[in-house]
Design a protein around this ligand. Sequence first.
Ligand SMILES: Cc1cc2nc3c(=O)[nH]c(=O)nc-3n(C[C@H](O)[C@H](O)[C@H](O)COP(=O)(O)O)c2cc1C
Length: 162
Amino acid sequence: MDVINGERPSREVLGTFPSGVVVVTSHDLSEPLGFTCQSFVSLSLNPLLISFTAARDSQTWPRIRAVGSFCVNILADDQREVSMAFAGSRSDRFTAARWWKSGPGGEPALHGACAWITCSLRDEFDGGDHTIVIGAVTGMSIDRRRTPLVFHRGEYASVLAG
Ligand SMILES: Cc1cc2nc3c(=O)[nH]c(=O)nc-3n(C[C@H](O)[C@H](O)[C@H](O)COP(=O)(O)O)c2cc1C
């Protein structure tokens, strides 16, 4: 067992916790918006609430906040390129996946995802170099044939063996 100090080793420790991967999307007057996120959690069943954290230096989150509604796309294990596209510096992120307009706000639902959760922004709290976002669920859809993508120790994996 090693005792860990410092930011870089801390990332190693925190990265041992596996998570799913989502893309949070919305649509403002000019274009579709989205970014990759692993901090998504199911927060409350009654009322139905979800949460994720967005980095303080995120370019996309302030634009989604201004819209006030978004779609959480839970990625499938064959969507690693989608995850990378929405985490990179390319301006054409939405060429990585076909999408359709979900809900009344037209939040992009990415084709091939496992599930889609449309939300209205309910609250935001200080989370250090991130902001803690709480969304009130307005709609949900699922594709039961798909298996979720996992992120663990800086790498993509599937919950299926092999
Ligand atoms: C697997 C994975 C998980 C990520 N999780 C988060 C997250 O939870 N919150 C966040 O703000 N950024 C997260 N990121 C980083 C953002 O996707 C990345 O910084 C992106 O470029 C942000 O785009 P933006 O500046 O347009 O908002 C993650 C990236 C990857 C690859």
